[in-house]
Design a protein around this ligand. Structure first.
Ligand SMILES: Nc1ncnc2c1ncn2[C@@H]1O[C@H](COP(=O)(O)OP(=O)(O)OP(=O)(O)O)[C@@H](O)[C@H]1O
Length: 496
């Protein structure tokens, strides 16, 4: 069968750095083709060429066997290529229908509405066209992103890490939707870091490493070990490791409340404590209060009741983010681009923020830029942040995974006593994910209290010494490691 899309010997450089080196990639109608590779391997760059955001330096693009030039995103849409980006491109204040219209200008709203409802129905989900996007949950927003490109007539659909923001159930539902798209004749490219998605939900797998295509293979010929080895060049297996020493309570939440509004659940009388030398995992289906809990802990949301205490620092309930940092709290936020990094400023300056707050580089009158830069350079090396070609390079130009490594490098400076990690390995490849886990264990082993909020139950089970389950904004159950996976799963869903 003729391929729907082929990228033929495509190369791309950014200022002398070869992000893609003569890569071949194709996808056929009715096929799900998984694209895997380490952070910075070049997956997004390749897909950006497929959807017209970048022009290749060498090589060319073919649609149904004919060489074409794709002149930008609009042209790609007109040629039937639709990309669903990792970071949604929706306007929260607009309704669902208005967002679809924005993406499909010039067409009659009534016609678009009819088509959107018919497509949603065919894909097996419901959608309220009048709902404001800001009130939708992540999985609904993602379906809307997919619907947007389908309404625009996409037959080649590129999904960039679509389940990174979803919990287990929503992730499974999305995989069923992906299969439905292929069954209806679309060519689907699934960019992912999740091995099981490639192994069980794709028809073909391409692996990239350092800008090159390392392998094109079939799921039947692979298993998790072999696939990991292809991706990172080594066999990585992680095992749980209990804490060597648990001390006294370091951080304590007493009956913490946060009012819910719109689609937000809020928090209802959440109480738990985390001890020195302990990783406390917060498990739960996404949208059950995890973001709210993280905000309250980071000092971004003020609780409407209850208190938060950090041993040695007293009551920090009303303290803002900067004050909390000075009280020994480090944060790895879930949304690294919103709360973690300032994309438009340089890598070194992003790194220096914490040290500057702690007065490590002098005062605002005399800022020791040399020291800040030297520390940034050392941390980038230690934490293996790749793709940094100069310390002044904008953080937004890092690949998703390397941006996360930069946040972690910064947050682990200065040996924090309390670490809040919210989905810390989201978007990271296996090696980088394992390295982050190692850092969290190391922080715990030197006596820090670590709070790990993650919708990935495997990550929770792998790392936690104790586990709390968040459901409907309440902490509904607590377990000690080694915990039973199905009991935790039951607690996650049996409470409203
Ligand atoms: N516009 C750009 N300018 C400079 N460098 C860039 C640009 N876009 C990408 N790069 C670099 O090219 C390399 C490949 O990045 P790319 O985003 O394609 O990786 P990826 O495989 O998608 O990674 P991840 O899984 O972390 O998202 C990285 O080193 C990145 O820093």
């Amino acid at each position: 069968m003729t391929n729907a899309l082929s990228l033929c010997s495509v190369s791309k450089s950014f200022g002398g750095f070869k992000a893609l080196d003569s890569v071949d990639f194709s996808v056929a109608p009715g096929e799900v083709h998984a694209l895997l590779g380490e952070n910075g391997a070049g997956k997004s760059t390749l897909m950006n060429i497929a959807c017209g955001l970048y022009a290749p330096d060498e090589g060319h693009v073919e649609l149904e066997g004919r060489a074409v030039t794709i002149a930008g995103a609009r042209d790609a849409a007109a040629k039937g290529i639709g990309m669903v980006h990792q970071h949604f491109k929706l306007v929260p204040a607009f309704t669902v229908l208005e967002n679809i219209l924005l993406f499909n200008p010039g067409r009659a709203p009534a016609e678009i509405a009819r088509e959107a409802l018919a497509l949603a129905d065919r894909m097996g989900f419901e959608i309220d066209l009048d709902a404001r996007v800001g009130t939708l949950g992540v999985s609904e927003q993602q379906r809307l992103e997919i619907l947007k490109v389908l309404v625009a007539g996409a037959r080649i659909i590129i999904l960039d890490e679509p389940t990174a923001v979803l919990g287990e159930d929503d992730g499974r539902a999305l995989m069923a939707l992906v299969r439905g798209l292929a069954d209806s004749g679309s060519a689907v490219i699934l960019v992912t870091h999740k091995l099981h998605e490639a192994l069980y939900h794709s028809d073909r797998i391409t692996v990239m490493r350092q800008g090159r295509r390392i392998a094109e293979t079939l799921p039947a010929e692979m298993d998790p070990g072999r696939l990991t080895t292809l991706i990172v060049g080594e066999h990585i297996v992680e095992e749980p490791e209990p804490s060597p020493h648990v001390g006294g309570a370091r951080i304590r939440l007493n009956q913490v409340r946060l009012a819910g509004d719109g689609g937000r659940k809020g928090l209802v009388d959440v109480s738990f404590e985390v001890k020195d030398g302990e990783i406390y995992g917060i498990a739960g289906v996404s949208g059950n209060g995890q973001n709210e809990l993280a905000e309250v802990l980071m000092g971004l949301g003020l609780p409407t009741g209850g208190s938060i205490e950090i041993a040695g620092h007293g009551d920090v309930t009303g303290a803002g983010p900067a004050h909390r940092r000075q009280n020994g709290l480090a944060c790895i936020p879930v949304d690294r681009y919103r709360h973690g990094l300032a994309g438009s400023i340089g890598v070194a300056d992003n790194f220096a923020v914490n040290g500057a707050l702690a007065g490590r580089y002098g005062s605002w009158l005399w800022f020791n830029r040399r020291k800040a830069r030297a520390e940034a350079r050392a941390a980038i090396e230690t934490f293996d942040v790749q793709g940094v070609r100069s310390l002044g390079q904008k953080a937004a130009l890092l690949s998703g995974g390397n941006a996360q490594k930069l946040v972690i490098a910064r947050e682990f400076q200065g040996a924090p006593q309390v670490v809040l990690a919210h989905s810390p390995s989201r978007g990271l490849d296996v090696r980088a994910g394992a390295a982050v886990h190692e850092r969290l264990r190391a922080a715990r082993d030197r006596g820090a209290a670590v709070i790990l909020i993650s919708e990935d139950l495997d990550e929770i089970l792998l790392l936690s010494d104790r586990i709390g389950v968040l459901a409907g904004g309440r902490l509904v159950a607590e377990f000690k490691a080694p915990a039973n996976r199905s009991e935790i799963g039951a607690a996650m869903v049996t409470h409203d």
